[in-house]
Design a protein around this ligand. Structure first.
Ligand SMILES: Cc1cc2nc3c(=O)[nH]c(=O)nc-3n(C[C@H](O)[C@H](O)[C@H](O)COP(=O)(O)O)c2cc1C
Length: 462
C-alpha cells in the first residue's frame, strides 16, 4: 500500500516497536514512560547505562559504526561488505545524494507522540524499515542469518532472506517465530530450481518474493578481485542451493557426467583451506565431505547456474503463474522500467543500485526515486535502499516518495560488533532517530512526511 493510501497505525502497534527498542541492552533496563516514543526511550536507555559507566558497544552514528566494525572484521569480510563496483563512485553517490537534501522543520506542531507505523503488502509494521537481503554474511560472523533474522523478528521488522544466504531458509524461518520474512530470488538458469526455491519460500511463510534484477552477473568489484576472494568459492553463501532438492539433482547429474569434483591441480595451503571451508559448510559430516567430490561439484554447479545473464521481461511474465506470493522487483532505477513493472502487476518495487556494487557510475538510488514515484503514481509501494544510514535519511527518502527503506551494511556492522544484539541496536538507533526527527520537525505520522518538508536541488526556497 502506498503512503497515499496508507492507514494510520494504532498506538499498540507503534508501542511494539518501542518495547523492542527499550530491550536492546542487557542492563540496566530503563522503564520508559509508555508514551515517550522510541527516540526518547532509546536515549534514556543509553544515558542511564552511561551514568553507570557503560558505553554502547554499537556507536550511535553511522561513521563511527562503520569505523568500529571495520576493526572487528577480517580483510576479506571488509572487502566483500564495504566494497563497491569499480572506482566506488556510486557507493559515494548514494551518500552524497542524501546530503543534497535538507529538512525544513516546522515548529509548534504539538507532535508530542508520533506514529512511525506503516502498512506494507498488507502487514502493519512498527516503522517503515526492512532488513535488506544480504548474501555470504557468515563472512562477518558465523550464524549471521539466524542472528540477524532473530533480531529483526524481535523488532517486528521484515527480514529479507537472501538467495545467497548462509543458512537454509527453513532454519532462518525457524529462528524467527512469527516475525515477518520475505524471500529474495536470484533467477537461476535452471527453471526447475527457480520453482523449487519459490515452493520453499511459500512453505516457510515468506510474505513476498523479491526478484533481484540488477545482479544477473557480479559487478566488477576491485576490493574482492584484489584479494582473489569470492565467498561462494569457499562454500560461503550457497546454503539455499545445497539444501535444495532440485539443486542436489543438478549436482548429481554433473557428477554422473564426470564434469566436476576433480582435485585442484596444485595442492597449496590456500587450496586446502578452500577444501576445508567448502566441506565444512556442505550438508553432511566434515569427514565424509572431505573425501567426497560432491561439495566441490556443488560449488561449481552453483557458479554455473545461480543467475541468468539473459534475464528478461519474458521471464518475469511467467512468475505470476508460478507463485502465489506478492512479487517485488528489486534494482529498478529507470522510470520506464518502473512503469513496466507496474504494468506487470507487481506489488512493490525496490529502488536500488545494490549499494553501488554493480554498475560503477550508476545513478544514486535516492536520485532515481522522485522520477520513479512520478512514473508509477501514488498506488505502488516503493522501497528505497542503498546509502540509508540514519533516521534522518529515512525521513528524506519518505519525503521523496518512498513508502519504506531497506538497510544493508549498517546491520552487518552491528552484527560484526555484537551479534544479534548489535543488529537490534543498529535498527533501534535508526528508528529512534527517525522518531526524534519527526517530532522535532513537527510531524506526527509517517504519512505526513511530504516533499514540502524538504529543500534541495530542484525545490524553490520556501
Ligand atoms: C555484503 C552485501 C551482500 C548483499 N547480498 C545481496 C543479496 O544476496 N541479494 C540482494 O538482492 N542484494 C544483496 N545486497 C544488496 C542489499 O540487499 C541492499 O540492496 C544494499 O545493501 C542496500 O544498501 P546499503 O548497504 O547501503 O544499506 C548485498 C549487499 C551487501 C553490502
Amino acid at each position: 500500500m502506498s503512503r497515499q493510501t496508507r492507514q494510520t497505525g494504532t498506538a499498540r502497534q507503534t508501542g511494539q516497536g518501542r518495547q523492542s527498542a527499550a530491550d536492546t541492552q542487557a542492563a540496566p533496563q530503563a522503564a520508559p514512560a509508555p508514551d515517550v516514543g522510541p527516540g526518547r526511550a532509546r536515549q534514556a536507555q543509553i544515558y542511564r547505562a552511561g551514568a553507570l559507566g557503560q558505553q554502547p558497544r554499537v556507536p550511535a552514528d553511522a561513521d563511527g559504526l562503520e569505523r568500529r566494525a571495520r576493526r572487528a572484521m577480517s580483510r576479506r569480510a571488509w572487502a566483500y561488505v564495504a566494497g563497491g563496483a569499480g572506482s566506488g563512485r556510486t557507493v559515494r553517490a548514494n551518500r552524497q545524494a542524501f546530503q543534497r537534501w535538507s529538512i525544513l522543520p516546522r515548529m509548534l506542531a504539538g507532535a508530542a507522540t508520533r506514529d512511525l507505523g506503516t502498512t506494507l503488502l498488507g502487514r502493519r509494521l512498527p516503522a517503515p524499515l526492512l532488513l535488506a537481503p544480504i548474501g555470504a554474511a557468515d563472512l562477518v560472523r558465523r550464524g549471521a542469518d539466524l542472528l540477524s533474522a532473530a533480531a529483526a523478528a524481535e523488532l517486528a521488522v521484515p527480514y529479507v532472506i537472501s538467495s545467497q544466504g548462509c543458512s537454509p531458509m527453513e532454519e532462518v524461518a525457524a529462528a524467527m517465530g512469527a516475525g515477518p520474512r520475505w524471500f529474495q530470488l536470484y533467477w537461476s538458469t535452471d527453471e526447475a530450481l527457480v520453482d523449487s526455491l519459490l515452493r520453499r519460500a511459500e512453505a516457510v511463510g515468506a510474505e513476498a518474493v523479491v526478484v533481484t534484477l540488477d545482479t544477473t552477473m557480479l559487478g566488477w568489484r576491485p576490493q574482492d578481485l584484489n584479494l582473489g576472494s569470492l565467498p561462494f568459492v569457499q562454500g560461503i553463501g550457497i546454503a539455499q542451493y545445497t539444501s535444495d532438492p532440485r539443486f542436489r539433482e543438478v549436482v548429481a547429474e554433473r557428477l554422473a557426467s564426470g564434469r566436476a569434483g576433480g582435485r585442484p591441480a596444485r595442492v597449496t595451503p590456500g587450496a586446502v583451506r578452500t577444501l576445508v571451508s567448502v566441506s565444512r559448510r556442505h550438508p553432511g559430516s566434515l569427514r565424509h565431505n572431505l573425501r567426497s567430490p560432491e561439495p566441490r561439484a556443488a560449488v561449481e554447479a552453483f557458479l554455473d547456474i545461480y543467475s541468468n545473464p539473459g534475464l528478461s521481461w519474458d521471464h518475469l511474465a511467467t512468475l505470476r503463474e508460478r507463485t502465489s506470493l506478492p512479487i517485488v522487483l528489486k534494482g529498478i532505477l529507470h522510470p520506464d522500467d518502473a512503469r513496466r513493472a507496474l504494468d506487470l502487476g507487481v506489488s512493490a518495487i525496490v529502488v536500488s543500485n545494490h549499494a553501488g556494487r554493480q554498475v560503477d557510475g550508476a545513478i544514486a538510488s535516492l536520485d532515481a526515486l522522485p522520477a520513479i514515484r512520478a512514473a508509477v503514481g501514488g498506488g505502488l509501494p516503493l522501497i528505497l535502499d542503498s546509502g540509508v544510514r540514519s533516521g534522518s535519511d529515512i525521513f528524506t527518502a519518505l519525503a521523496l516518495g518512498a513508502d519504506a527503506v531497506a538497510i544493508g551494511r549498517p546491520y552487518l556492522y552491528g552484527l560484526a560488533l555484537d551479534g544479534r544484539s548489535g543488529v537490534r541496536d543498529v535498527v533501534a538507533n535508526i528508528v529512534a532517530e527517525l522518531d526524534l526527527t519527526m517530532g522535532l520537525s513537527g510531524v506526527r505520522s509517517v504519512d505526513d512526511i511530504s516533499p514540502a518538508m524538504l529543500t534541495g536541488p530542484s525545490s524553490p526556497s520556501p
